[in-house]
Structure formats: C-alpha cells, structure tokens
Design a protein around this ligand. Structure first.
Ligand code: AMP
Ligand code: TRP
Length: 340
C-alpha cells in the first residue's frame, strides 16, 4: 500500500434510528446514486451505521428492522450492490477498533466544539452516553478506515467531516507519515438542509413529534400529497427573485424541495413560478413529489418483504468492506508501534 496517493473514493452513512425522511433522500441518498453512476469514483461505499444509532437508546427488537429499512431505502433509490459496497457497520469490527485509536488522537477541546452534541444533549449533557460525545471520532474512523477522499453529507455533518480532517492531520503529523487523506465534505445542491414542514426554522428529522412535519420515504402517494398541501406557509405569493424568500423559511424550503426533486436550481423554480400563490405551487410540488417518491416507497416495501435477501446483500457488502478495512487498520497499528 502506498502512503501518499489516494484513489477518489466515497464513504457515507445513515443511522438506523427510526425511518428515513425526505431529508435523508435529498441531502444524502439521491446524491450518492448520482455519484455512484457518473461521479468517476474508484470505489463507492455506503453504510448503515448501527454503531452510531446506539449512542441513544435503541430497542433491540427494532434495531434490526430499522437497519433493514435503511438498506432498503438505499437499494430502492438506486444504490447498486454490484457497483457499490453496501453493508452495516457493526459487521466490520475494524470501525470500533480504529475509533478507539482515534479517541487517543482527538482532543477534548475539539469534541467540546461539536454543535450536534450540544444540540442533542441540551441541558442534559450529564445524562448522555459517553458514546454520543465520542461519536465524531467513530465517524472519522468510518471514513478513514477506507481512505475515503470524499464524503457526501447534508449540511449538519459538515463539522464532523472537518473534525475527521483534523484527526487525519494530527495523526499524520504526530507519527510523521502521510497515511491518511484529508477528506473533503461534498455538500452541494439546493437541499442540504431540508426543513420541517410545520416549522421552517427546524431541520426535518426522523424523530420530530408529529408525522406531519416530515415526509417519510415509506409514505404512500396520498400521504405525501396531503402533508405537502398542509405544509405551513405564509400568505404571500412566490416572489420573482430568490432574494424575496430571505425571511420566509417555510416558503424557501418548499422551493428548495421542488428544485432538488426536479434537478433544477431554486432560481429556475422561482423563474417558473414567479407570482404564483400556494394554491398553484403546492399542488404542483405535491404532484412532483408523488411522481419521484411514491415508486421508491413501493420498491422499499417490496424489498422489506424479503428481509433474508437484504441480510445477504449486507453480509456480502461487509465482506468487501473488510477487504479494504483490514489492511488499513493493520498498517495504522503498525505505524503506532503495536506488537502484532
Ligand atoms: P442521519 O439520519 O442523521 O443518520 O443522517 C444521514 C444523512 O442524511 C446525513 O448525510 C445527513 O446530513 C442527511 N440528512 C439528514 N437529515 C437531513 C435534512 N433534513 N436535510 C438534509 N440532509 C439531511
Ligand atoms: N454522523 C452521520 C449522521 O448522523 C452518520 C455517519 C456516520 C456518517 N458515519 C459517517 C456520514 C461517515 C458520513 C460518513 O448523519
């Protein structure tokens, strides 16, 4: 293994902690499929990050079905196991091992700056698991275990990818090597932060209180349509320039969703719908979302009817993942001076 040249390689992951949302689709999976198909990457690796999910309580009776649902969502969206490596994280023990090594590289001060921990822990930091706090170091291990050069994620993960670069740089510096690449986050397109349909200042997430706040990737056509038509908006029609949406987060969100689903820029969408009221725009958005998302939901349901087949796909992906991961972990241990 040469220590300096890195083939362009993608790694990304999603936690099996509840169902997938339109935010996961537009902020992550849809872009992964495009990168797999036409991105010119040597290897594309997509992971159901179950070790990350347990940083908050997961019912053992549900972790398996959540893991299969995330895998089904990736497969139904076009992740192709004959072209990408698709697996669940806990099957490849090297992730947890490298994370420990990185726990001894990362600094407390770096972890203390992580805004996602602060948001999730809130006033209850003392009661959170140590895993939730250390989670960015596991994420760095996920990425660097494959020498991934590019990580496509939504906006909320940018800080964690930057921390990954800090860990790689400190490791390389401390051990006098250039073993780990400085990974780039890939955060581009109109929907890197899909917002809650009831409150445009909050991110759409798997765990919001009301189901009306989000589109689930398993929602059927009627549900998708109903949720979008009932999405909160303001009374104004759409402006003729994007700047007119500046202080209108709900309106901006719906325009961004439309843009991402139709592969256009938000400017182009505004150009087409300038002056339109919600009575025009919402039904058009609902129709577009149903056209794009309902077939994926149908395919997800079909795949989830055969869990054994999903399990075989994940097991095969784990074997492929281990082939890359094992030599990189071994070399890391060697660089650090462990007797092996
Ligand atoms: P998670 O569901 O937290 O494991 O996130 C998996 C991936 O989906 C990450 O790349 C996130 O950045 C992305 N993601 C999750 N929610 C959203 C959202 N509301 N908007 C855009 N991307 C999102
Ligand atoms: N932390 C990411 C999230 O919550 C999930 C994740 C774990 C991930 N490991 C990763 C994303 C590695 C990209 C690369 O969304």
């Amino acid at each position: 293994m040469t220590d300096k040249t890195f083939a362009p390689r993608i790694f990304s992951g999603i936690k099996p902690s509840g169902g997938l949302t339109l935010g996961n689709y537009l902020g992550a999976i849809k872009r992964w499929v495009a990168m797999q198909d036409t991105g010119g990457f040597e290897t594309t690796i997509f992971c159901v990050v179950d070790l990350h999910a347990i940083t908050v309580w997961q019912d053992p009776a549900e972790l398996g079905s959540a893991t299969r649902e995330v895998a089904a969502g990736m497969l139904a969206s076009g992740i192709d196991p004959s072209r990408s490596i698709l697996f669940n994280q806990s099957r490849v023990h090297q992730h947890a091992e490298l994370a420990w090594l990185f726990n001894c590289v990362a600094r407390m001060g770096w972890m203390n700056r992580m805004t996602q921990f602060k948001e999730k822990a809130g006033k209850n930091a003392e009661k959170q698991s140590l895993g939730l706090y250390a989670y960015p170091s596991l994420m760095a291990a996920d990425i660097l275990l494959y020498h991934a050069t590019h990580v496509p994620v939504g906006e909320d993960q940018k800080q964690h990818v930057e921390l990954t670069r800090d860990i790689a740089a400190k490791f390389n510096h401390d051990y006098g090597t250039e073993f780990f690449p400085l990974t780039e986050p890939v955060i581009e397109g109109p929907a890197m932060r899909v917002m809650n349909l009831r409150d445009g200042t909050k991110k759409m997430s798997k765990s919001g209180e009301s189901d009306m706040e989000r589109i689930n990737m398993t929602d059927d056509a009627d549900t998708i349509s109903k949720k979008l038509k009932k999405a909160r908006t303001d009374p104004e029609p759409l402006p003729s320039e994007l700047a007119g949406l500046k202080d209108r987060p709900e309106a901006r969100n719906l325009v961004d969703i439309y843009a991402a689903l139709s592969d256009q820029s938000p400017e182009a969408v505004i150009g087409e719908y300038a002056g339109a009221g919600w009575g025009t725009f919402k039904p058009a958005l609902a129709e577009l979302a149903v056209e794009k998302m309902a077939p994926i939901a149908t395919e997800m349901r079909r795949l989830m009817d055969d869990p054994a087949e999903i399990d075989r796909t994940l097991a095969h992906g784990a074997e492929q993942a281990r082939e890359i991961a094992a030599p990189i972990l071994n070399r890391t241990a060697e660089i650090m001076g462990f007797v092996r």
